[in-house]
Every structure is written in C-alpha cells, then in structure tokens.
Ligand binder design. Structure first.
Ligand code: PLP
Length: 403
C-alpha cells in the first residue's frame, strides 16, 4: 500500500499532492513568473540554512528576508534603471525612509529642496530633525547649482533631488548635481517616480541611488502600494538586512502585480506622454487657464534641460492653474465627469488632484506659494484614454467655471 493510502484524513488534507522536499518542479513551470505565496521555505538539511545565510548557496529560508517572486522584481527594476541591484519596499515613502535611515544619523545633515512630494517634506522637514536628530537643509532655488554647492557642509550625508518634481514639474540638472555631490564625496539620490526609467535614467546621468514609488506608473493601475531603491550591490545588501530586521517587506502578490505592469511600461509611458502633450496644447489656449507646468510648452523654464534628460517624452503628469483661486479649482475638479478625484498619479486612467487640499496640505500656505503650488492649481495625471474624450471632459468642466 502506498504510504499516502495509510494516512488519516487530517494528514491527507495537509500533505496529499504536494511535498516540498524533494520537490519535482515540472508541473510548476510557468510562462508568467509564479507568485510564491509562502512565508517559509523548507531546508534540505539542517546546514542548508547556514549555506543560504552565508551566501554560499542561493536559496530562501524565511519570507521576511526574501522571496523568489520579489527577487524577480528586484532584478527587473535594477535592469530597467541600469543599476547593480534593487530593493522593493512596501511603499514609496518607505523607500525614502530606508535610504534616509541608512545614509544619515544623529548629528548629520541632508540637503534637498521644497520641490518634493508632501510626505517626503514631512519626513525630511519634520520627522528627520524631530525624531532622528538629522537636520534638513533646503535650497530655495533647486535650479541654482551654486546654492546646492554652498549649502553642503562637512555634516551633509547626501543630496536629494525629486526631478521632475511633483506637482509643479520643476526639472533639476542631474549631471550638474551629481558633479557637486561627488566633489564632496556624498551620493546624489534621485526620486525618478514621475519619469520612470523609460523616460529618464538618473544613474546614467551620474546619480548614485534612485528611489521610486511603485504605486504610480510602475504599478500602473492604482492596485498596489509599493516602492523601490536601485543602488550599488553593497548598499542594497545592507538595506536588505535592515528591512528584514524591521519587518518591512513587499508582499509577493504586490511584486507580481508590479511585474505584470512593468511589461507594458514603455508603451504606457509613450501614450501617457503623447496624451499629456495633446491636453496641454488644448489647455494652453484656454482663456480660464492662467498657467501650465509641463515642458512641452516653449515657456517652461527648464524646457531645454527636460528635453536633454528626457528625450523620449515628459510623462503623464502636469499641473495647471485656473482663474478663481481655490474656489475655481474646486469648481472645475468637482465638475469632471470622466476624471475622478484621486490623490495619486501614474494610473492607466486619468485622475485629478487638488494639491493644496490633498497631497501638499502638510505644507504651510506660504511655503506652497513659494514653490508654485497655488490654491488654483489642479494636478492632472493623464491616462491612456482617447485624448478627445478627455478634452470633452475638461471643456465641460471649464465651461462651468464662473469667473
Ligand atoms: N515619490 C513621489 C514623487 C511621490 O509623489 C510619492 C507619493 O505621492 C512617493 C514618492 C511616495 O510613494 P508612496 O505613496 O508609494 O509611498
């Protein structure tokens, strides 16, 4: 009698049909990378663990340390950015936090600008000094390389540039910033979320570390929250240790969803960019639109730099200011029929945000004003729809704006 036939019902329910060791993987061969949804991995013998941990043998032991599906994502992210190694994190904010926590500590300084997304502002401007003993220096004009240079001290541990920046599309000179950082022996970190590696390659331009919110274009549909860091192998290895110590890992299912989305990223980014250009062209001639932040327009202050750094398109995010201040913006956004109000960007569907109320409400009004986040500013994340349908929606919403 086969061993299985002697088992009781409970043992059968637990063991029949699948034995991890030894394992015949033939039926699990899969065209799509499999989701290995397992928190633990069987060891072939007691010393197998030591061989895995020492790096003598590849393998997996515990889901808080690593996972095969997430590792496929690591390889793909590193390859897309042209970096040595990558680490996926449970959110984009967490990618920022791990980077901050790894490179700076009590008594250190970091250098960035006000042109960063809302939570990064909260993290660098409030949490770092108040909870971590790290002072944040801010350049007032991130386009002025001399100012970056002048604000570096012996305590500065890194320079952080979000470029293009959310939501005002300020473009920073990555090669110029990298040169300054390297002259002072510190790394340049670039948040490449708005551009994605399809439109901008910060490492090739001289940056040392790239962070992303995978929640946006890389995730693609607004189904997952995630982040990533691409850097040198050694730094990523140290970060992996931290991540497993603090228990902040990306789930295999989320990694799998990002992997599927990445397959179409180049196609999507091309369409996001061309759709955004069409909408910007339409809005630029609209009498109720006061200004637009997008470098396809000749008046964008960093247009030439943007073209140099992003030769294949500018992506799907832009912001525009309407007449009537906050009231005007609210009137327009509330009037959209096709475009929902969502405090995010980078989704396949077009979404609108009011930055002063949503993403950047943590900044003081005068700080927002200083970086162009006016009360009348609307952020549009242009999706993959037929652009004519989006123009119809914009037109009917702007028609309702009484100024
Ligand atoms: N980077 C940029 C430019 C962002 O706009 C955001 C969020 O809005 C993040 C990073 C953080 O990403 P997440 O929301 O996935 O934590």
């Amino acid at each position: 009698m086969a061993e299985q036939e002697k088992w009781g019902r409970s043992t059968t329910a637990l063991h029949a049909g699948y034995s991890p060791v030894p394992m015949d993987m033939t039926p699990f061969r899969s065209f799509v990378p499999p989701v290995i949804q397992s928190a633990i991995y069987p060891l072939s013998d007691v010393d197998h663990y030591t061989r895995i941990v020492s790096g003598e043998e590849p393998g997996y032991d515990y889901g808080r340390n690593s996972n095969p599906t997430v590792d496929v994502l690591h390889k793909r992210l590193a390859a897309l950015e042209g970096g040595e190694a990558a680490l996926a994190t449970p959110s984009g904010v967490h990618a920022c936090f791990v980077t901050l926590q790894h490179l700076a500590g009590v008594g250190d300084e970091i250098l960035t600008s006000h042109r960063i997304f809302g939570e990064a502002y909260g993290m660098f401007y409030h949490m770092a000094p108040e909870k971590m003993g790290i002072a944040t220096q801010l350049v007032s004009d991130p386009g002025n390389l001399d100012e970056w240079q002048d604000k570096i001290t012996s305590k500065t541990r890194f320079m952080w540039a979000e470029t293009p920046s959310n939501p005002t599309y300020f473009v920073m000179d990555i090669a110029g910033l990298a040169e300054i950082a390297h002259a002072h022996n510190i790394p340049l970190i670039v948040d490449n979320t708005l551009a994605t590696p399809c439109l901008q390659q910060p490492l090739a331009l001289g940056a040392d570390i790239v962070v992303h919110s995978l929640t946006k274009y890389m995730g693609g549909q607004g189904a997952i929250v995630g982040g990533s860091i691409v850097a040198k192998q050694e730094l990523i290895r140290n970060m992996v240790t931290t991540i497993s110590r603090v228990g902040a890992i990306m789930s295999p299912m989320d990694a799998w969803l990002v992997l599927l989305s990445l397959e179409t990223l180049p196609l999507r980014m091309a369409r996001h960019s061309s759709n955004a250009e069409i909408l910007v062209e339409y809005l630029a001639q609209h009498p109720k639109v006061k200004g637009i932040n997008y470098p396809s327009l000749p008046q964008h202050p960093q247009r030439e730099l943007a073209k140099r750094q992003m030769p294949d398109g500018f992506g799907g995010l832009f912001s525009f200011e309407v007449e009537g201040g906050r009231e005007g913006a609210v009137q327009v956004i509330n009037s959209f029929r096709l475009i929902p109000i969502v405090p995010s960007f980078g989704t396949s569907r077009t979404i609108a945000t009011h930055p002063a109320t949503h993403t950047h409400c943590g900044m003081k009004p005068e700080e927002r004003e200083a970086v162009g986040i006016y009360d009348g500013l609307i952020r549009l994340s242009v999706g993959l729809e037929d652009p004519e349908d989006l123009i119809v929606d914009l037109e009917q919403a702007l028609d309702k704006l009484k100024v």
